[in-house]
Design a protein around this ligand. Structure first.
Ligand code: GCV
Length: 652
């Protein structure tokens, strides 16, 4: 495997910590990890570290102390600086590790003027990455489903990777961003991958060891049909005693091999995966079956709510995919065991560049809920385009134009990882920022996404001239909105090439069974999801959102075509007509992509040549692709509507 890029943990970022005298008190494997980190920093930058009892003769600039905070349950820590000494105190080793990475982010400020004592703790207990890695190379989806960063860090061509050093380096990066759980394999569990649960458990145990060193627990995606495909039983019916006993036995064996195992992730009755519907049972029956097997060991089941009819007749206007999660799961609220976590995609469809918040999130007050985001850029440029997603996630979390997700994600945040065996980890070097930002927002959803970007720039390019920091900032900060401008307009979504989901294909999904339509005709465009005349989806929202989305006057422009079918001449709240807005945003978006590439030229000589070239090559593709999007979208809507561009720009 090629040597990997240091990402947000280059040696230089450790200068402040590594050039001081540190005392570490406490014991345990994670405290050893803290000590190893500080030792490495000191070896590089000339400081010193004492691990254990303080020496009478020495005075310390930094004290990292375990066991001195009252709140023993959290991964929190307390930081202060007084009289020339910085202190980090934590009740748990996990807290101490997070405290160390907090100091890293502070840099020299951790050793400057006094810092009043401040406690930090994560907003959510589980901050998890889901890998969609396959053990075997899947004939269509490859080694990593929707992976745009090379191969898997864990498997290659059906075999485990022997060298776990890269996994260890990955775990370290994740811990430094605040992540504490990883699901190792794809939620589409194929034949070989199913066996990770039983006869390939040693591979899980090996990976768990590498992650454990940084306080990260591993989870496994399992197939609901495991009792049949692995256990040889005639059924996987959740009410069958043999099935229940099989899961209990199998789960006990998992915990014998991996004592701190996190639990299972399940995609059931979804896109061809097996599930409880086969046996006439509902999803609470299915989830509770696994929850009962995990409960004696303290594990959880992440049960995905991504259940919809993917064999819909496009002629049928009464079925609305957006309604599916709510229709299936809202009636089950209160029926799940305490250790079931319902894992809900943030939007009602599928990780588009713009979607409203999934209403099922607002309908589960008695259920533990995790919200799923997608760091891998399946629909947002596949790590060929710069698209810094944290501003979108932050809007969702804070509740800009919809219910605030942060308060609804009671059991944590989960995201599909964008990392692979690519030397830059993420294919596009600048896509590292999405991985970093996900961890930071999961820790504290109130953080400013642009401040996180600057933090990432500061860590990844320590000591860089201000000019470089500015270039990166200018390219990335608004890149999600730029991407949105040149792709599908006003929240309508899914105008991508079917299957691969890259590049424009306006009617690609229009007559397919997938339930993702835009209904453009010569009069107008958009999906009528109102109660008055459409699918009634707006009625799944609580007040005020059911009113806001139902109303043409109140619906946010960005979501207009998600909720309404409107004529091209409809005037938006921003004063433009729909058709003119389509033209204007597409010309602007493609222009902004070209401007990004121009800006990047200023970074020549300021970053490593390999990184410069990789970004430049991807920006070339982004500029090409954005122009293609612009021209296909504008031409399509010009031909449908016959309305010319008021500014008479070139449309084909
Ligand atoms: C893992 C989308 C993706 C699939 C993915 C699925 C899911 O449909 O295109 O590749 O499958 O979401 O989240 O389960």
């Amino acid at each position: 495997m090629p040597t990997s890029h240091a990402a947000w943990l280059p040696t230089e970022a450790w200068r402040a910590i590594g050039s001081h005298r540190t005392l570490i008190t406490g014991t345990g494997p994670l405290v050893d990890t803290v000590a190893d980190e500080v030792r490495a920093a000191c070896a590089a930058h000339g400081g010193s570290v004492r691990y254990g009892d303080p020496s009478e003769a020495e005075r310390y600039d930094l004290e990292l102390t375990l066991g001195a905070e009252s709140d023993r349950d959290t991964e929190g820590f307390q930081v202060a600086r007084r009289d020339g000494r910085t202190t980090v105190r934590a009740a748990t080793p996990h807290g101490l590790l997070h405290g160390l990475f907090h100091l890293l982010r502070l840099g020299p400020d951790a050793f400057g003027g006094d810092l009043p004592a401040r406690s930090h703790r994560p907003a959510t207990r589980r901050r998890m990455l889901d890998h969609w890695d396959n053990v075997d190379v899947h004939p269509v989806m490859g080694q990593v489903e929707r992976g745009y960063a090379g191969g898997s860090l864990f498997w290659r061509d059906g075999a485990p990777r022997r060298d776990l050093a890269r996994v260890g380096a990955y775990a370290r990066l994740l811990a430094a961003a605040g992540i504490n759980a990883v699901a190792l394999n794809n939620v589409n569990v194929h034949a070989t991958e199913a066996r990770l649960l039983t006869d390939r458990l040693d591979e899980v145990a090996g990976l768990a060891g590498a992650f454990r060193r940084y306080g990260i627990r591993v989870h496994l995606s399992v197939t609901f049909a495991a009792p049949v495909v692995l256990g040889g039983l005639p059924t996987a019916d959740p009410r069958d005693e043999r099935v229940r006993a099989w899961w209990a036995r199998t789960t006990a064996a998992v915990y014998a091999a991996v004592p701190d195992f996190g639990g299972y992730v399940v995609k059931a009755d979804s896109e061809g995966q097996p599930g409880p519907f086969t046996y006439g049972r509902n999803h609470a029956d299915g989830a509770n079956l696994l929850a009962d097997a995990l409960a004696p060991h303290g594990g959880v089941v992440h049960w995905r709510a991504f259940v919809y009819n993917h064999r819909q007749d496009w002629r049928d206007r009464s079925t609305d995919r957006a309604r599916a999660a709510y229709d299936h799961f809202a009636p089950l609220d209160g029926h799940f065991r305490d250790n079931v976590i319902l894992q809900v995609k943030h939007g009602p469809i599928d990780f588009q560049a713009r979607e409203p918040v999934s209403p099922v999130l607002t309908a589960l007050p008695a259920t533990a809920v995790a919200v799923e985001l997608q760091v891998t850029q399946e629909y947002t440029g596949q790590q060929r385009h710069v698209c810094y997603l944290a501003p979108m996630w932050s809007e969702l979390l804070r509740g800009a134009g919809g219910p605030a997700v942060a308060g609804l994600a009671t059991a944590g945040l989960v995201a599909v990882s964008n990392a692979g065996d690519d030397p830059f980890w993420t294919g596009h070097p600048l896509a590292q920022a999405n991985l970093y930002a996900f961890g930071r927002l999961a820790w504290d959803p109130g953080l400013d996404p642009v401040a996180i970007l600057d933090e990432w720039i500061g860590l990844t390019f320590p000591g860089a001239p201000a000019r470089l920091r500015q270039i990166l900032h200018d390219i990335m900060a608004g890149s999600w909105r730029t991407y949105e401008r040149y792709t599908a307009p006003l929240g309508v979504g899914f105008m991508v090439r079917p299957g691969q989901h890259y590049g424009p294909d306006v009617d690609g999904y229009e007559y397919t069974p997938w339930g993702t339509y835009h209904f453009a005709d010569r009069e107008g465009v958009g999906v009528d999801r109102t109660r008055a005349t459409g699918t009634g989806f707006t009625g799944q929202y609580p007040s005020p959102w059911c009113r806001v989305y139902e109303s043409l006057d109140e619906c946010p422009d960005e979501l207009l075509l998600f909720f309404h079918h409107v004529p091209y001449g409809h005037v938006l709240r921003n004063g433009s007509t729909v058709i003119q807005h389509i033209y204007d945003t597409h010309f602007a978006g493609a222009r902004e992509a070209a401007e990004m590439r121009r800006l990047w030229e200023g970074a020549a000589g300021l970053v490593a040549p390999e990184l410069y070239d990789r970004v430049r090559e991807r920006l070339d593709e982004q500029v090409r692709s954005a122009a293609e999007w612009r021209d296909q979208i504008n031409t399509y809507f010009f031909r449908k509507s016959g309305v010319p561009d008021a500014k008479q720009r070139r449309i084909y």
